[in-house]
Ligand binder design. Structure first.
Ligand SMILES: [Zn+2]
Length: 291
């Protein structure tokens, strides 16, 4: 699932294809749970509107329209935003991690998985939202409309600090790993970066959140920011399904220390990396480096 770095990379690559352009038509697939706002309303309300900018909030993308509407996009597990004419895009098949054949990618035409297709008045490249497994979401907010999904998010992980995490963990008996995944305390961190951040901070995923000291919370937040910034620089993690909008794989997975490395030696001390299950998600850690 795309986490903050992958969503931020998508934002950086797609914003130039959206901002300043006027939507001529929006085509969609038929109504489904993907559409929080119904297709007919999306088409009607976005036609003729100019996109101002594309913002990232946690793991969400928010396209600001000049009339004050905001289009909320969530990539879900396999959502991909990309522009027409990207020659190398590696599109995901509905079976998840497998990609379409090279021939199928070269000649991409919007298919059953292409839920949104924006065409623009300038006649330039279209922009697609494709999601083979349809865990993504789209919602169009009217000017000034509140959005519960956004309102309940905590501070964006790149803007957070130790105080935010410390305050958010007081009185919490849950494991710190689960708190990091809870988007209401700090927004944007998912499974990969939570494991990596806790390794760098030297704290076990199972540690009781409410007992962590203020300096420990500071270490965790700084570590999370360090790994996520590095991931953005290296194109994100392509361990599971993620590919960048330009079709290339990220390479952060090559730098990970613990995530999905169960049984392999810790790169710092040589101890075997452990995997445990916390709140139905796996957590990976070094039993020697993390206390
Ligand atoms: Zn170690």
């Amino acid at each position: 699932m795309p986490e903050l770095p992958e969503v931020e990379i998508t934002r950086r690559q797609i914003e130039p294809l959206l901002s300043g352009r006027t939507i001529a038509t929006l085509s969609t697939t038929k109504d489904s749970y993907f559409f929080i706002t119904k297709p007919a309303a999306l088409k009607r309300r976005l036609k003729g509107q100019r996109v101002a900018r594309l913002e990232r909030v946690g793991k969400y993308l928010l396209a600001h329209v000049e009339d004050g509407q905001r289009l909320l996009l969530h990539l879900g597990m396999t959502g991909q935003l990309f522009g027409a004419g990207v020659s190398s895009v590696r599109l995901l098949s509905s079976t998840g991690s497998a990609a379409l054949s090279p021939e199928g990618q070269q000649a991409f035409a919007p298919d059953d998985h292409t839920h949104l297709r924006f065409s623009f008045e300038d006649g330039g490249p279209e922009v697609y939202f494709r999601d083979a497994r349809k865990f993504g979401k789209v919602q169009l907010l009217a000017p000034g409309e509140r959005c519960e999904r956004l309102d309940k998010l905590g501070v964006d992980a790149l803007l957070a600090n130790g105080d935010v995490l410390h305050a958010g963990t007081r009185g919490r008996k849950a494991a710190i790993k689960n708190i990091l995944l809870d988007q209401q305390v700090v927004a944007g961190i998912g499974n990969i970066y939570a494991d990596e951040a806790l390794f760098i901070a030297g704290i076990r995923p199972r540690a009781q959140a409410g007992k962590l000291s203020r300096p420990a919370c500071e270490r965790i937040v700084r570590a999370a920011q360090q790994v996520m910034r590095r991931s953005i620089e290296t194109g994100g993690s392509s361990i599971n399904d993620y590919v960048q909008p330009d079709g290339s794989d990220g390479s952060y997975q090559d730098e990970r220390q613990v995530y999905a490395r169960e049984g392999e030696p810790c790169l710092r001390c040589g101890a075997a990396i452990k995997r445990i299950v916390l709140g139905q998600r796996s957590a990976h850690y070094c039993p020697r480096c993390q206390r």
